[in-house]
Design a protein around this ligand. Structure first.
Ligand SMILES: NC(=O)C1=CN([C@@H]2O[C@H](COP(=O)(O)OP(=O)(O)OC[C@H]3O[C@@H](n4cnc5c(N)ncnc54)[C@H](O)[C@@H]3O)[C@@H](O)[C@H]2O)C=CC1
Ligand SMILES: O=C(CO)COP(=O)(O)O
Length: 350
């Protein structure tokens, strides 16, 4: 029993709650893990009841994943330090903009032998310029290794147990087998890949492309246009890895974290949906996020801003016309009607 690993899920939004279902179910039958999983919940009041109390009593996250039960061995805890203090495996799954603050709170309390895995899609802007991977924020702040899990994983579909795949990116091969055991289910198939940076960058960048796909939908273009947006987006993702993260393997883009996540998000994700409404309603992205997502967060627009922060500082905006146009449109610096024009002279066509 002493060797059983304790798991803590840091986050309980739409994806956090779906993954709690996967992990809570898995640990009940695996002797490598303790059967209780702590889940940190950003506390809020829902019709006079605390969300932690609702999850611990009714076993459902009624706000962020309604209609799906969370196993009763997943315990919701409102204090992140308390939730994480004995954990051997920390699963990070919160909107990326909140991660630095949470890591700051955890800084001096996580086990030095713990291992992290980030399911978070986005980057972190560095104070002195440039951007950092979310996994490296975890590693640098908590001084533990951090793997990533990315894939074509719309949370509600995973919670419904519809067959899908995901990619674990991990540099420390020795932890890969254990993490795969923890996450893999009959309907959720995992491939472990050592090209961790590329896996993570794919997950972050595809949300920018999804915003572009939503713009194309909102402007009334059809499926050929959407396919072109997806393809050019993929080319920019590949080029981004070549320019800034050496050693990417082309085959990583063929894993679930690459092409598959792009496709699912460009057809069925929240970024696509809100971007389409942005074109049709003329409201701001911020207003629409509040109106349409009931507390869930978009990762595409802030990621476009983070990427632009770096591209602009390096004078490289022209080499990434889609990433640049998405950012400028979200910020009101470019009319959305110009989106397709920005793609007509893409470096891919020169
Ligand atoms: N939802 C999905 O289908 C998928 C999401 N992801 C990624 O997983 C990450 C987490 O996404 P979701 O679980 O969907 O989150 P979400 O979009 O449901 O966000 C809501 C969560 O953020 C929390 N929150 C709100 N304000 C906060 C604050 N100030 N500090 C800390 N937390 C706060 C809320 O309590 C809630 O748990 C994101 O990076 C997302 O891109 C990845 C794959 C699928
Ligand atoms: O990352 C996702 C699917 O893998 C979810 O994308 P959205 O945040 O656009 O819903």
């Amino acid at each position: 029993m002493g060797d059983r690993k304790r798991v803590c899920i840091v986050g309980s939004g739409n994806w956090g709650s779906a993954i709690a279902k996967v992990l809570g179910t898995n640990v009940k039958t695996l002797d490598q893990f303790e059967t209780q999983i702590n889940m940190w919940v950003f506390e809020e009041d829902i019709n006079g009841r605390k969300l932690t109390e609702i999850i611990n009593t009714d076993h459902e996250n009624v706000k962020y994943l309604p209609g799906h039960k969370i196993p009763e061995n997943v315990i919701a805890i409102p204090d992140v330090v308390e939730a994480a203090k004995d954990a051997d495996i920390l699963v990070f799954v919160i909107p990326h903009q909140f991660l630095p603050k949470i890591c700051g709170q955890l800084k001096s309390s996580v086990k030095p032998t713990a291992v992290g895995i980030s399911l978070i899609k986005g980057f972190n802007m560095k104070e002195g310029g440039g951007i950092a991977l979310i996994s490296s924020v975890v590693e640098d702040t908590l001084h533990i290794p951090c793997a990533v899990l990315m894939g074509a994983n719309i949370a509600d579909e995973v919670a419904s147990e519809n067959y899908c795949e995901a990619t674990i990116g991990i540099k420390q091969k020795e932890h890969g087998t254990l993490l795969k055991k923890l996450f893999q289910a009959d309907y959720f198939r995992i491939v472990v890949c050592e090209d961790e940076d590329t896996v993570e960058i794919c997950g972050a960048l595809k949300n920018i492309v999804a915003v572009g796909a939503g713009f194309a939908d909102g402007l009334g273009y059809g499926d050929n246009t959407k396919a072109a947006v997806i393809r050019l987006g993929l080319m920019e993702m590949v080029k981004f890895c070549e320019a800034f993260y050496h050693g990417s393997s082309q085959s990583t883009f063929l894993e679930s974290c690459g092409v598959a996540d792009l496709v699912t998000t460009c057809y069925a994700g929240r970024n696509r949906k809100v971007a389409e409404a942005f074109v049709k309603s003329k409201k701001s992205i911020e207003e629409l996020e509040k109106e349409m997502l009931n507390g869930q967060k978009l990762q595409g627009p802030p990621t476009a801003e983070e990427v632009n922060f770096m591209l602009k500082s390096k004078g490289m905006e022209d080499r990434f016309p889609m990433f640049t146009a998405v950012h400028k449109i979200c910020k009101g610096q470019l009319p959305v009607e110009e989106f397709i024009n920005c793609l007509k002279n893409h470096p891919e066509h020169m």
